[in-house]
Design a protein around this ligand. Structure first.
Ligand code: DGP
Length: 111
């Protein structure tokens, strides 16, 4: 079976600007940043999206997101966490990931 893009990044087969790694997740900078800070938090285990993953995995992702928000100085002014899911949710990479966006004023609705 062919590996997906984020599995290849996880395995170091495609380079990335990695900013965090632990037993359960990796995080790296988005190739097409939509904000001064734009990091993708990705579980090491492959799940297509949030509908497939155990609650425990979602917790590990949130832990990493909080840590990265602090490390990037985002907690005072705020930040946004996004999980695009499926076609109408605008998900382009079918390996569960969370966007951490910060460093600018966000708008709503997200579009
Ligand atoms: P989404 O559209 O929610 O599935 O987000 C996928 C994100 O992945 C998108 O913001 C761009 C990013 N991306 C796509 N290919 C690569 C890559 O090869 N490296 C990195 N760092 N990010 C990528």
């Amino acid at each position: 079976m062919n590996k997906c893009l984020f599995c290849m990044i996880r395995d170091g087969e495609i380079p990335s600007d990695k900013v965090y790694e632990d037993e359960h997740v990796i995080a790296f900078r988005d190739i097409d940043p939509q904000a001064p800070v734009h990091v993708l938090i990705v579980p090491k285990e492959h799940y297509a999206d949030i509908t497939e993953c155990p609650n425990e995995t979602a917790g590990y992702m949130l832990d990493a997101a909080r840590r990265l928000a602090v490390e990037n100085g985002l907690t005072e002014k705020g930040f946004r966490l996004v999980m695009n899911t499926g076609e109408e949710g605008g998900q382009s990479v079918k390996h569960l990931h969370m966007h951490l966006l910060g460093g600018r004023q966000m708008t709503w609705p997200a579009g």
